[in-house]
Design a protein around this ligand. Structure first.
Ligand SMILES: Cc1cc2nc3c(=O)[nH]c(=O)nc-3n(C[C@H](O)[C@H](O)[C@H](O)COP(=O)(O)OP(=O)(O)OC[C@H]3O[C@@H](n4cnc5c(N)ncnc54)[C@H](O)[C@@H]3O)c2cc1C
Length: 289
């Protein structure tokens, strides 16, 4: 399996920041994934699994230890009679949603524009436009830190608002199955196009970001709180609160991870001051800043 050293994490995160990972490992099968996990465990060094890095802020000094990337765990199987698609952890949601559309199956239209992998989406219970993974996920094959794989059903994964039990239990998705419904291909396509249009109109897709930077606080919208605090366009170094959508922190002009984190902390402080609400990062922090 491919092993790189001193791999710049800026290449693997949608913020386009992050210093080098000591080791960067790319398993191509479940067997290689197990090998990688057991190797990491044996080494006693820190390690972390990533998908497409679209919900990650990696520090400028990088990561001391091993990053396991799922990018080549890309199996895709359609069980047409059952209306089920089984996808490897590294399959991009856009590819999954387009496969479903091609197979005339509805349910994954919401996911087409989320730039993450199946593994990241299960872990985060990714969602958009009124749906989420929880509504279509049938089961996931998950690996523990000893390399054992077991099937967990939807109900066992404790899928909540941008959470699952996987992080707490130290489990990793190897593949997941999605239960869909037969649909009209034209309706599926036009729904996907409509959502893509909405994203383009509302979100600053022209800049590197990690999507919504903060979780939605109960009873509020993070973007509205940030806007009300007068922070639209507010910047620290090359990082800025998007003018287009205040819920997005963007890497506007060659920002560093320190700029982005500094900006997030200042936004939290000022929103707390102006509204009394505590914002919580949806983006995961990794490595040394
Ligand atoms: C422009 C933009 C728009 C976005 N829009 C949305 C949206 O509408 N809705 C939404 O929910 N999110 C959105 N996001 C955020 C992000 O795409 C999702 O959270 C996505 O699910 C992350 O997937 P990933 O593969 O990139 O995960 P990564 O960022 O690589 O990792 C995220 C977390 O998942 C864990 N993880 C990754 N793979 C696995 C695995 N196989 N097993 C266990 N854990 C794993 C990582 O360890 C990490 O903790 C957006 C991001 C961007 C940049």
């Amino acid at each position: 399996m491919e092993i790189r050293t001193n791999e710049p994490m800026a290449r693997h995160t949608s913020f386009r920041v992050g210093g080098p990972a000591d080791r960067f490992v790319i398993p191509e099968s479940e067997t290689e994934l197990r090998e990688a996990v057991l190797d990491c465990k044996k080494s006693g060094q820190p390690w972390y699994m990533i998908g497409n890095g679209s919900n990650l802020l990696v520090g400028d000094k990088g990561f001391r230890g091993t990053i396991i990337s799922t990018e080549r765990l890309a199996e895709l199987e359609v069980q047409k009679n059952e209306n089920i698609i089984i996808a490897g952890a590294g399959v991009m949601l856009s590819k999954l949603a387009n496969t479903a559309a091609r197979e005339e199956l509805t349910g994954l239209e919401f996911a087409a524009g989320i730039p993450g992998t199946v593994g990241g989406a299960v872990m985060m219970n990714a969602g958009a436009y009124g749906s989420e993974m929880k509504n279509v996920l049938l089961w996931a094959d998950v690996m523990d830190q000893d390399g054992n794989v077991k099937l967990m059903k939807n109900e066992e994964l404790e899928l909540g608002y941008r959470t699952s039990c996987l992080e707490r239990l130290g489990l990793f998705t190897v593949r997941a199955a999605f239960k869909l419904t037969p649909g009209d291909p034209e309706v599926i396509r036009s729904q996907m196009e409509e959502l893509a249009r909405k994203r383009k109109e509302k979100q600053p897709l022209e800049y590197p970001s990690a999507g919504s930077t903060f979780k939605r606080p109960e009873g509020h919208f993070a973007g509205k709180l940030i806007e009300d605090a007068g922070l639209k366009g507010f910047s620290v170094g090359g990082a800025a609160v998007s003018e287009k959508h205040a819920g997005f922190v963007i890497n506007k002009d060659h920002g560093t991870a320190a700029d982005i984190l500094g900006l997030c902390n200042e936004v939290k402080r000022r929103v707390k001051e102006s509204s009394g609400v505590d914002l919580e990062l949806e983006v995961k922090l990794l490595g040394e800043f």
